[in-house]
Design a protein around this ligand. Structure first.
Ligand code: HEC
Ligand code: HEC
Ligand code: HEC
Ligand code: HEC
Ligand code: HEC
Length: 197
């Protein structure tokens, strides 16, 4: 090999290594991984055996608010005593149901306090399916860790893009620009005060 070719070869190898470092090491340093307090399988609960639907745990209240993540009372209906043999279920019963403690679930989609998001307008009035914003979370068997930005405290699901600019799925993208894009397309209010209080 000539010296010139060797130089080019090393340049290319160096470039690839630097790019990989940027794509893998930077996000790893930027986001801390936090485990959920308990394992939970959506599939187990929505399979034909249990026969529950999303609405049984994530319903709109009679005042039109969103009940969000279910309270421990919902779980107690079936898990007052253990019905299976899984470790997570035993922990659920002993650590949460019996003492009446709420499970401190982490919310992947959590927005900053100054942004207002009404589920009822989107799911009931606009009939947008859960999957469009949350991906296939309702079909997952295990819970991935929450990736939290060390500087802003925001969940990575809000940002939702890789450093390469490619949308990753999940997490899904629920950035301000995604909200505003859809609002413009559908002729919905997009003034700052529609979403910020
Ligand atoms: C037995 C009750 C139960 C049922 C039924 C259920 N869920 Fe859940 N869901 C939970 C619990 C508990 C959590 C909190 C843990 C987690 O993130 O999965 C959750 C969290 C979620 C979240 C996470 C929001 C976030 O960003 O953190 C989404 C989205 C969701 N559920 C969608 C669905 C969909 C879609 C269905 C129907 C296919 C469904 N769920 C059915 C109990 C339930
Ligand atoms: C309608 C009944 C019903 C309700 C309500 C219910 N579950 Fe379950 N759950 C089941 C059944 C059935 C199983 C499977 C038991 C087995 O055979 O292991 C199960 C299994 C589990 C397990 C062990 C398997 C897994 O998912 O990792 C956990 C943990 C669990 N449930 C958590 C919850 C939580 C948290 C809630 C409240 C948000 C809840 N369940 C509400 C019926 C229910
Ligand atoms: C247009 C996008 C969109 C759709 C459609 C949508 N969500 Fe959400 N969801 C969000 C956003 C944004 C948040 C965070 C809200 C916040 O932090 O104030 C969220 C939060 C949640 C949470 C966390 C609980 C909480 O505190 O609010 C659950 C559970 C959830 N969604 C379930 C669902 C389910 C089930 C459906 C379908 C019936 C659904 N979502 C449809 C965007 C959406
Ligand atoms: C896929 C389309 C879509 C996405 C994504 C979306 N929205 Fe919406 N949004 C709608 C539609 C359609 C309505 C009007 C529903 C109705 O009232 O009929 C609406 C209504 C609203 C309203 C009430 C506005 C008013 O008129 O007062 C708020 C606030 C809002 N959205 C916030 C958000 C936020 C915050 C996000 C991002 C996290 C978001 N939306 C993402 C489609 C979307
Ligand atoms: C359709 C809803 C929507 C509209 C309209 C909207 N925003 Fe936002 N905005 C959001 C959401 C959701 C976030 C949080 C997610 C993010 O940072 O992308 C946000 C984040 C922000 C932030 C960063 C806040 C922080 O705590 O980091 C600023 C600043 C902001 N918006 C300003 C504006 C201004 C100025 C306008 C009007 C020109 C506007 N927004 C219109 C939904 C909206």
């Amino acid at each position: 090999m000539t010296r010139r070719r060797t130089t080019i070869l090393f340049f290319i190898i160096g470039l690839v290594v630097a790019m990989l470092a940027g794509w893998i090491a930077v996000p790893a340093a930027l986001y801390e991984s936090i485990e959920q307090p308990l394992g939970f399988s959506h599939v187990v609960h929505t399979s034909d055996d249990t026969g529950m639907v999303c609405d049984d745990c994530h319903h709109l209240t009679s005042e039109g608010g969103f009940a969000g993540i279910p309270k421990i009372a919902v779980c107690e209906g079936c898990h007052a005593e253990a019905i299976g043999t899984s470790k997570d279920e035993l922990r659920l019963v002993e650590e949460y149901v019996k003492p009446g403690r709420e499970i401190p679930w982490l919310v992947y989609a959590r927005q900053p306090d100054n942004a207002f998001f009404p589920h009822v307008r989107h799911t009931r009035l606009a009939k947008i399916p859960c999957e469009q914003c949350h991906g296939d979370h309702g079909k997952t068997e295990t819970l991935r860790p929450l990736k939290r930005n060390r500087f802003t405290g925001y969940s990575r699901d809000i940002w939702g893009h890789d450093f390469s600019g490619i949308t990753t799925s999940p997490p899904n993208s629920m950035k301000m620009s995604d909200c505003v894009d859809c609002h413009r397309k559908r002729g919905v209010r997009d003034s700052c005060l529609a979403c910020h209080k």
